[in-house]
Design a protein. Sequence first.
Length: 119
Amino acid sequence: MCESNGEGKWDWIQEFPASATVCDAAGVILAMNDRAIAAFAADGGAALIGKNVLDCHPEPARTKFREIMAGRRTNVYTIEKRGVKKLIYQAPWTKNGAYAGFIELALEIPFEMPHFVRQ
């Protein structure tokens, strides 16, 4: 269940077929969809909303994510956990053109997938 502060502004992530977590510019988690809540259940699930995302990362990942947030850079990588491969996409988001925080998407992907070069 995502937090929407009554405005519905995060409703789009609820049924998105990936884990989605949104934090503000200070790193405070604003919203998580059900997939993110389930993925982070052992760490508190929905209770993480309102907590700082940096507190959810062990070192050295915490320092790296702090640097990515400070630099407002996109960070993209893949992981494998419990036999599932995922693409992790962490990127800044803006509101009215101003930096507003970060969003993390975790999408399950196949181990073997086509790659196309288009011109």
